[in-house]
Design a protein around this ligand. Structure first.
Ligand code: CTP
Ligand code: CA
Length: 225
């Protein structure tokens, strides 16, 4: 267990963190999910609480223990996550969207368990983009996104910074086996709307969480100066 010293660098700051992979229901017993473990978002929430922030963790289902000292809100689908985040958007200083939000949901959810048959088709429709919605009505908040890319990491990442009106994006190169989904380490770039990218070498997610929060402290300070 890594030792974590309590500090007060984030005292007076309210940070909403989303984590986990959303689950899009097909019928009462089945869903469409993804391989996100929730580890990165939980590491950020835990570290932010240790740095003195008031932390709201909006989480899709994971197998992780709830970090101590956070206000925990459990959600499942993208739409339920959007509701939980938007209800609190006005009251927070920072939103960090580490959740893997499904781009699609099932158009017609079955009320009863679907019986087996020779073949079946499920029609999907586009989910709302939670982060883009927040970006389009951003006022005092700092917005941080995540992106998992397999190619053109910086270019694709910078497009997302612009499109979603972000203050920072953590762009992970998941073509590397020791980065991204369901591992304890991560690497990639910090991207900004008006600064050069910063390269982040492979490190533990808990260490990356600390680096991200240091950037957040700078972004909050610069917003107020
Ligand atoms: N995101 C979101 N709502 C969605 C999809 C994504 O809030 N419906 C957020 C993620 O939590 C992440 C950021 O947007 O912080 C980037 O997610 P990503 O999947 O990389 O980007 P997309 O815009 O969905 O583009 P694509 O998957 O096509 O690359
Ligand atoms: Ca996506």
């Amino acid at each position: 267990e890594a030792k974590m010293c309590s500090t007060n660098e984030l005292e007076g700051t309210t940070i909403l963190v989303t984590a986990g992979g959303t689950q899009e229901s097909i019928d009462p017993v089945r869903y469409i999910g993804n391989r996100s473990s929730g580890k990165m978002g939980y590491a950020i929430a835990e570290q932010a609480a240790h740095m003195g922030a008031k932390v709201i963790l909006v989480s899709a289902p994971t197998s992780l223990p709830i970090p101590s000292g956070v206000d925990f809100i459990s959600v499942d689908s993208a739409v339920s996550m959007q509701e939980a985040v938007e209800a609190r958007y006005n009251d927070v200083n920072v939103v960090i969207m580490a959740a893997a939000v499904s781009d699609f949901r099932v158009l017609h959810k079955a009320e009863q368990k679907i019986k087996k048959m020779e073949s079946m088709t499920i029609e999907l429709v586009k989910n709302p983009d939670i982060l883009q919605g927040l970006g389009s009505k951003k006022s005092h908040q700092i917005l941080v996104g995540f992106a998992a890319e397999t190619e053109h990491v910086i270019k694709y990442g910078q497009d997302k910074v612009a499109k979603k009106n972000l203050d920072m994006l953590v762009a992970n190169d998941v073509s590397k086996s020791n980065a991204g989904f369901n591992v304890d380490t991560n690497e990639g770039y910090f991207l900004y709307p008006d600064k050069e990218p910063k390269e982040m070498p492979n490190m533990k997610k808990s260490d990356l969480a600390r680096h991200i929060l240091r950037e957040v402290i700078d972004l909050v300070a610069n917003k107020h100066s």
